[in-house]
Design a protein around this ligand. Structure first.
Ligand SMILES: Cc1cc2nc3c(=O)[nH]c(=O)nc-3n(C[C@H](O)[C@H](O)[C@H](O)COP(=O)(O)OP(=O)(O)OC[C@H]3O[C@@H](n4cnc5c(N)ncnc54)[C@H](O)[C@@H]3O)c2cc1C
Length: 415
């Protein structure tokens, strides 16, 4: 067992970083564990997959985030198990560490809902590795289509899941096929490529207002995305998908944006789990029945003051991280903790060039089109971690907008 510290945080995502920052401001010694040496910015992963921005723009070394404080120690190690009674974690290399308070902020993983073939034959989009793998597969498939002009079809992409992630990646790939592929490959190849967006529900962007849904359908259709809604995917095989209504769709690349669930670490923790395998936390963000254990962000079902479950968003994770740190500081000094007060900033989804939907604030003020597009860019620029990352992303967006060009290469391998 390693040295006892005050707080251990598992996960250096939005929630973990916000929590560690606030703890450090309050002088509380913290160990933050992440299996990666970097913090990754999930909202822009689809742009990495579409070669719109580079990996270095969506990642920042965790040690760079905390290099100015001696209160936060970064451990690059995968946590294999947790002991909620002892507030301890054991890493995959067998070392154990204990603290007075344990914070679980280890995010989520793709939920394939036991769909046969989905895990093996689709590309999820949850990590930088996923994004580079998908981007590499797209470029490889385009190269094949380019080198074999006699092929009847171009690259056939099917995106499963009509939530914000599915809409964003479908729109970005369709834009690439329309604006980038004709110049970088050939107009003949571009014409033969296709993007389908499929969902078991009869509409896209479920939590959004009907007007936002209709706008998304209109813009995606105009960009050439074909929609198949109202029938779930029952099987994925190499080269095709089968649907509950008996239909089949050929596909060279299937992107899985079908949903998320909390990871195995929380599943094996002995904590009682709610929807999506997440922990139904108390109002002050703690695991019920386990003293001194906080569960945050995508790992938790968090609620607002009215008891409504919060969406899995960067801003809810970030706010929860900061709030939990204040409660931890109170707990360590024998003071009462306070129920989480979530500031509802609304929802947004990018559809494509000059097209986005935004529902701002608790009153859900609807904005569509270029204004929502600009708001989306501004919000994501602010959320990004690091000035270099922000400046570089801004440059890439400007380059893309003004010249329809892509300077970024994806670094993964398709196999
Ligand atoms: C493709 C995509 C697009 C999105 N777009 C938006 C958007 O536009 N706006 C928005 O607000 N939200 C968006 N979200 C949601 C948002 O990114 C998440 O809600 C947010 O990242 C949750 O933060 P978190 O800290 O709970 O988890 P994460 O950010 O996922 O962080 C979890 C961390 O834990 C680490 N970890 C996991 N397991 C272990 C382990 N066993 N040991 C050590 N470390 C571990 C991971 O490496 C990761 O760094 C998007 C999500 C996705 C996937």
């Amino acid at each position: 067992m390693g040295p006892t510290t005050e707080v251990i945080i598992v996960g250096g995502g939005f929630a973990g970083v916000a929590c560690a920052r606030e703890l450090s401001r309050r002088g509380i010694r913290t160990l933050i564990f992440d299996k990666n040496s970097y913090h990754q910015f999930q909202p822009l992963l689809y742009q990495v997959a579409a070669s719109q921005i580079g990996v270095s723009e969506v990642t920042r070394p965790l040690r760079a985030i905390f290099h100015r404080t001696n209160k936060v120690k970064v451990f690059t190690a995968e946590v294999a198990s947790i002991d909620t009674a002892n507030h301890s974690v054991t890493t995959t290399d067998g070392h154990s560490y204990r603290a007075r308070v344990l914070v679980l902020a280890n995010g989520a993983e793709p939920n394939f809902f036991d769909t046969p073939g989905a895990r093996e034959h689709t590309y999820p989009l949850y990590s930088v590795r996923d994004a580079t793998r998908l981007g590499t597969a797209l470029v490889a498939a385009l190269n094949t289509a380019n080198n074999e002009p006699e092929m009847e079809h171009g690259v056939r992409v099917v995106v499963v899941g009509g939530g914000p992630t599915g809409v964003e990646i479908a729109g970005a790939i369709a834009e690439n096929f329309r604006y980038i592929v004709p110049g970088y490959f050939s107009p003949e190849v571009a014409e033969k490529c296709s993007v389908h967006l499929v969902d078991m529900l009869p509409n896209l962007l479920t939590p959004f207002d009907d007007k936002s849904k209709a706008y998304a359908v209109k813009r995606l259709t105009r960009m050439g995305v074909k929609l198949k809604l109202g029938s779930g995917v029952t099987e994925v095989t190499p080269g095709s998908l089968t649907f509950a209504d008996g239909a089949h769709l050929p596909a060279d690349i299937v992107v899985w944006a079908g949903g998320l669930k909390a990871g195995k670490l929380v599943g094996d923790s002995g904590l009682s789990l709610g929807r999506g395998g997440r922990v139904d936390v108390t109002a002050d963000l703690k695991a019920p029945g386990a003293g001194g254990v906080y569960v945050l962000g995508d790992t938790a079902n968090m609620t607002d003051a009215r008891g409504n479950t919060l969406p899995q968003l960067g801003s809810s994770a970030q706010q929860a991280g900061k709030w939990a740190a204040r409660n931890i500081a109170a707990e360590l000094t024998g003071n009462p903790t306070k129920p989480f007060k979530y500031v509802d900033k609304g929802y947004m989804a990018m559809i494509g060039r000059g097209a986005a939907v935004a529902e701002l604030g608790p009153k859900r003020r609807l904005v569509h089109g270029p204004i929502a597009f600009a708001a989306w860019l501004a919000v994501h620029l602010v959320l990004l971690s690091g000035w270099r990352q922000r400046a570089s992303a801004l440059f890439s967006w400007a380059e893309d907008f003004l010249s329809h060009s892509r300077s970024h290469v994806v670094l993964g391998r398709a196999d």
